[in-house]
Ligand binder design. Structure first.
Ligand code: GDP
Ligand code: GDP
Length: 437
């Protein structure tokens, strides 16, 4: 399911980040390999009146080297207009209206996206009348508020949520495998998609998706229907997108959300980068099936060990994703591209796999017999039984005497045993400890 996107725009120092932090609920944790590394905080998830949404602080985006504030804001506005369902335009109520605010307003009026105006820094109700002059900016919904104290933000959120499109229904049937092809710019995503579409056994169906500006490409291979999500986003080029590293993360996130399987494209020539890790981490954390396609393999100088070495590099960098198959391909020559869809199909099947409770418990029993859960301070950990509670990804509830007694490493051991028994190739699995009553 795809969540609505809310973007906050406005000139520097009006309090966008403060508002962002106020409105943001749980952060999208982006996997970093080292503790202490600055985390990406431009993107977050919010929740109001039971509606979840994504929140983008466009002020936190980098747009290459731009000295001109107005240039920078223009990019912010473009991005918001492009990506958001609702735009929050933040201004400083204490400072009053500036010409830059008017300029931003002009940009936003050119789009037909709903805009709500947050007149910030009005920390006391007695100052709320300062908000009136901002009606001159031409927006109907004007909210005096204080991001610092949180007053007035509830009314703002009500207005934001009121503009959300109705909760999206499932766009495609259960039997269609939804695939996203993700990765940083220039790794060869669009080349790969074009190659796949050009493959002999692939039939491209002419029906196009209709979600926003996304163009999905439906196709069929040997009786199996697929849809490649957001091929438009892949082709989209422009100054803003090219200069904004984080933009591709946002785009990837939204494509991932709509898919069952994410094909993470890496550049075989350049190796694994931080940005690759972020994008792959999102796929993992969203519980999608994942496979790695190491592209440009034609351009890699190699001997008989190169593939093995690269595979190791991938495993090292994505240690938490060792379930994901790694393919070595060339979108340019077509080498092994025919393996991509079958691998996607297999991962999708594993992602949707259901294990019967009796078989599952047989495996769990064998596992706990071979290596019993360790005791902690004289208390013995006991696993009573497990049951699969969800698919896509498979989630298994483990009923235990005391969840506190189960160390991460033991859970990891159980996961490995389950993978050995059932495969689950290409899919993350979730193991959840539940206290047995
Ligand atoms: P941004 O550049 O638009 O992201 O602005 P920041 O969120 O970094 O805020 C700029 C400054 O305004 C900081 O010193 C904030 O503490 C302050 N600020 C933000 N919101 C409020 C508010 O509601 N009231 C007051 N008094 N100060 C605020
Ligand atoms: P995207 O930004 O990820 O969609 O990447 P593109 O598909 O636009 O490709 C970026 C560049 O890499 C283009 O110049 C492609 O011609 C080149 N490229 C893509 N795939 C391959 C490949 O398999 N081998 C080589 N040598 N170049 C490739």
């Amino acid at each position: 399911m795809t969540l609505p996107v809310v973007a906050i725009v406005g000139r520097p120092n009006v309090g966008k980040s403060t508002l962002f932090n106020r409105v943001a609920g749980k952060r999208i944790a982006i996997v970093e390999d080292k503790p202490g590394v600055t985390r990406d905080r431009i993107y977050s998830r919010g929740d109001w009146s039971g509606r979840e949404f994504h929140l983008i602080d466009t002020g936190g985006l980098e747009f290459g080297q731009q000295d001109e504030v107005i240039d920078h804001i223009r990019h912010q506005a473009d991005l918001a207009i492009e990506e958001a369902d609702v735009i929050v335009f933040a201004v400083d109520g204490r400072e009053g209206m500036t010409t830059t605010d008017q300029e931003v307003a002009r940009l936003l009026h050119r789009s037909n996206k709903p805009v709500v105006l947050a007149v910030n820094k009005l920390d006391h109700v007695k100052h709320y009348e300062e908000a009136y002059e901002f009606y001159r900016l031409g927006f109907e919904e004007v909210f005096p508020l204080s991001s610092l104290h949180g007053t007035g933000t509830g009314d703002l959120l009500d207005a934001i949520v009121a503009h959300f499109p109705p909760a999206a229904e499932e766009e495609y049937g259960e039997d269609i495998i939804r695939v996203s092809v993700i990765g940083r710019p220039n790794v060869g995503k669009s080349s790969l998609v074009n190659r796949i579409l050009g493959e002999e056994r692939v039939i491209v169906s002419p029906v196009a998706g209709t979600t926003r500006d996304a163009i999905d490409t439906p196709l069929r291979r040997e009786g199996q229907d697929f849809v490649i999500i957001d091929t438009a986003g892949m082709r989209k080029r422009g100054k803003v997108y090219e200069s904004t590293e984080k933009y591709s993360v946002i785009r990837a996130l939204r494509a991932i959300e709509r898919s069952d399987v994410a094909v993470v494209v890496l550049d075989g020539e350049e190796g694994v980068t931080e940005q690759d890790k972020r994008v792959a981490g999102i796929a993992h954390e969203s519980g999608r099936a994942v496979l790695f396609a190491v592209n440009k393999w034609d351009a890699v100088e190699k001997d008989e060990k190169t593939m093995k070495r690269f595979r190791r590099e991938v495993l090292d960098h994505f240690a938490f994703m060792d379930y994901a198959p790694v393919l070595f391909i060339s979108a340019k020559t077509g080498q092994r591209v025919h393996q991509v869809l079958p691998a996607v199909q297999e991962a999708a099947e594993q992602h949707a796999m259901r294990i019967s409770t009796s078989v599952l418990n047989q495996v769990l029993q064998d596992a706990t017999m071979a290596t019993p859960p360790p005791s902690v301070k004289g208390r013995r950990a006991r696993l009573s039984y497990g049951t699969q509670v969800a698919v896509k990804p498979p989630a298994i509830a483990l009923f235990v005497n005391d969840p506190e007694l189960f160390h991460f490493s033991y859970i990891r051991y159980l996961e490995n045993q389950l993978r050995e028994a059932f495969g689950f190739k290409g899919t993350p699995i979730r193991l959840m400890l539940r206290k047995k009553n």
